[in-house]
Structures are given as C-alpha cells and as structure tokens.
Write a protein that binds this ligand. Structure first.
Ligand code: NAP
Length: 229
C-alpha cells in the first residue's frame, strides 16, 4: 500500500529535498508551498525525475488555506498518512530589538502553522489507525540548552516542541508524532557555509516519516538519536 506524505514549505531547501527522498522511499508526495508558481515549478522538477509528486498550494499562516488544501485533497481521495511540518522562518533580532510583528510572523509560521496542519490532518490518521508526523524543529528551541536560537525563532521552536508532545499525547501509539533537528544545513536559511547538505539533513526526517509500528513517538531527534527537549 502506497502511503501519502504532505510536506509544508517544500518549494526549496530541506522541504524540497524531503519530498525527493520521501518519493524515492516509495511514498506518494504532496509538495506544498505558499507560492503556487514556485511550488508547481519545484514539483515539476521532481516529476521530471520520475517521482510521484503532486503540488498543492498551502500557506500555513492561514487557516482558510489549510482548510482549502485539505478539502482539495479529500476531493482527490488523497488521505494524508505522513505530515511533515517543515515550513519555517528565521528572524535573527535579539530580544529587545524584536518587533511584535516579527515575533508574530515567527509564531505564525514556525508554531501555529503546525498547529493548523495537525488539526487538519491528524484526526484522519487517528481514525485510519496509521500516521506519522515529523515536526522540523531545531536545537535552537531546546529548553534544556537554554533556547540557544535567536529569540523569536527559539521561542517558536520551543513551542513547536511543546506542540509535538501535546499532539503525541492526544493520539494513540499508532500515530507517531516526533520532532527533529536537521543540524545546520546549506539552504537559504542556513547559508552557504553550513556543514550539512539537504540530503544529509533529510535522513532523520525520512526515518521518522517511515517509522515501523514499534518505533518511537513523543520524542526529539537529531541524527536518528533522541536528544533532550
Ligand atoms: P528555507 O530554505 O528558508 O526554506 C523555508 C521554506 O519555508 C520555504 O519553502 C518557504 O517558502 C517556506 N515558508 C515560509 N513561510 C511559509 C508559509 N507561511 N507557508 C508555507 N511555507 C512557508 O529553510 P530550510 O533551511 O529549508 O528550513 C526548513 C526547516 O528546517 C525550517 O523549519 C527550519 O527552521 C528548519 N531548520 C533549518 C536549519 C538550517 O540550518 N537550514 C537548522 C535547523 C532547523 P517561500 O519560498 O515562499 O519563502
């Protein structure tokens, strides 16, 4: 049986590579992006590689956009088995220089985006008795390390970690809900000097997206190893 994965913020960077690697692993992939032109171009690239990838427009900051995407998928009889909450922004202002608008944007994308998609897609997983949720978080939001990321980013990723635990606790063990840190990755966000490629960054992501029934849930990972929240 072919499982379907939906990836947010997938027109570039880690999200785009996640779509490629998930499709190579045999999943049907729904590549989503807020910008239809950028998103469909990226999906076409993967289709040209022979991969089973379709495109849906999805801006995670808008509830109506999430609801419309879920409706279009239901109309296509597509059931989301795997949800990868990858869309992210990285504001770097220090706390006392942080505008409320920047803080709100970080919370909207990095935290509330996953809140909306989990509310839209996890109930179906729970009903069908199978689901995998991968929240692309960051060591920058690790409470035990004192939230080392920039203020708005770290706070939102700490919130995403908290959301991971709440959603994991709200569903049965057949839906695995985990967070992961991809490391420092060469993308627009990570910059050209980062040590990791997007391919390396997606190894743990794909592993969590395809966990067996006895795999872990309610945990935070880097390089396939559990790390403290
Ligand atoms: P990236 O290259 O900047 O890509 C971010 C993606 O998120 C883009 O596709 C962007 O779309 C999308 N996005 C932003 N706002 C959105 C919205 N409202 N709705 C839907 N999509 C939206 O970053 P990346 O490095 O691939 O990061 C992916 C994830 O990994 C993020 O959650 C990030 O926090 C996490 N992470 C990255 C690193 C790193 O070193 N790169 C380290 C730790 C964690 P547009 O093209 O339309 O802007």
């Amino acid at each position: 049986m072919t499982r379907t994965a939906l990836v947010t913020g997938a027109n570039r960077g880690i999200g785009l590579e996640a779509c490629r690697q998930l499709a190579l692993a045999g999943l049907a992939v729904v590549l989503t992006a807020r910008d239809p032109a950028r998103g469909s171009r990226s999906a076409a690239r993967l289709q040209a590689e022979g991969l089973e990838v379709s495109f849906e427009q999805l801006d995670v900051t808008e509830l109506a956009s999430v609801a419309a995407c879920a409706r279009r998928l239901a109309d296509r009889n597509v059931e989301v088995d795997v949800l990868v909450n990858n869309a992210g922004v990285y504001p770097t202002q220090t706390f006392f220089r942080l505008d409320e608008a920047v803080m709100m944007e970080s919370l909207q994308v990095n935290l509330l985006g996953a809140f909306r998609t989990c509310q839209a897609f996890v109930p179906g997983m729970a009903r069908r008795g199978y689901g995998r949720v991968v929240n692309v978080s960051s060591g920058g939001g690790a409470m035990t390390e004192g939230i080392p990321g920039p203020a708005a980013y770290g706070i939102a990723k700490a919130g995403l970690n908290a959301l991971t635990r709440v959603v994991a606790g709200a569903v049965g063990n057949h839906v695995k809900v985990n967070a992961m840190c991809p490391g420092w990755v060469r993308t627009e966000m990570g910059g050209p000097g980062a040590p990791r490629s997007a391919v390396e960054a997606t190894d743990t992501l794909v592993w969590l997206a395809t966990l067996p029934g006895d795999g872990p849930t309610n945990a935070f990972f880097r390089d396939r190893r559990s790390i403290p929240w």
